[in-house]
Write a protein that binds this ligand. Structure first.
Ligand SMILES: [Fe+2]
Ligand SMILES: [Fe+2]
Length: 207
């Protein structure tokens, strides 16, 4: 029993977890899972049996690659940008094997895998389920956990990270609900990044 995961998803999480203990993927996955559930509350017509298993399994492929390459796979100066595509292929392969072993009733494996394969590199949505999965994945970047993690990956300050999210990631969200949630998280992130400086702001007094 867990108050965090839907009962159906517990075996999927347990199968994904051993693959996720690199680059904070385990925590990223759990935060995206809850963001996915929040998006599904706004969109009850979208099939959670596709969205949530896809979120839990989407990044399992990263672990296949050497740790030193993972650190340089994303960001403005990425040395191994090809891993962006390679990790999707490996995630789809591992997720298929795990989901076929588990056989969860109601979970359409082919539809889940189609979403995982291309979750980062395919810009357009295949379906409403795909759109919610992609938005849940990206929304993590706007959370405090995401801003801190990206700051380490990119060597960027919180101010630089939130500015980058606003310019480059916010426009790529696919749903209105996702954009709205991103705006709210961004407001919090910008406030946190600028809080001390703004609290200490001293005006120039007029003569
Ligand atoms: Fe990914
Ligand atoms: Fe991800």
């Amino acid at each position: 029993m867990t108050g965090f995961l839907i009962e159906r998803d517990i075996p999927i999480w347990l199968a994904a977890k051993p693959w996720l203990d690199v680059r904070s993927n385990d925590e990223h996955t759990l935060i995206s899972y809850r963001l996915g559930r929040a998006l599904l509350r706004v969109h009850p017509e979208v099939d959670d049996r596709i969205v949530l298993p896809a979120i839990l399994m989407h990044d399992v492929g990263w672990k296949v690659f050497p740790e030193e390459q993972l650190a340089q796979a994303v960001g403005p100066n990425a040395k191994y940008p090809e891993l962006q595509r390679s990790h999707e292929i490996e995630s789809a392969r591992i997720a298929r094997a795990e989901l076929e072993r588990l056989v969860i009733p109601g979970v359409d494996i082919d539809r889940v895998i189609a979403i995982i394969d291309g979750h980062d590199t395919r810009k357009e949505k295949l379906s409403p389920e795909d759109a919610l999965m992609k938005d849940a994945d990206k929304l993590w970047r706007f959370t405090s956990h995401g801003v801190a993690t990206i700051g380490v990956w990119f060597g960027s300050s919180a101010k630089e990270t939130v500015a980058m999210l606003e310019s480059y990631v916010l426009p790529t969200l696919l749903t209105v609900a996702g954009k709205t949630m991103a705006e709210a998280l961004l407001a919090d992130g910008v406030a946190a990044a600028w809080m001390d400086e703004t609290l200490n702001l001293r005006g120039v007094l007029a003569p």
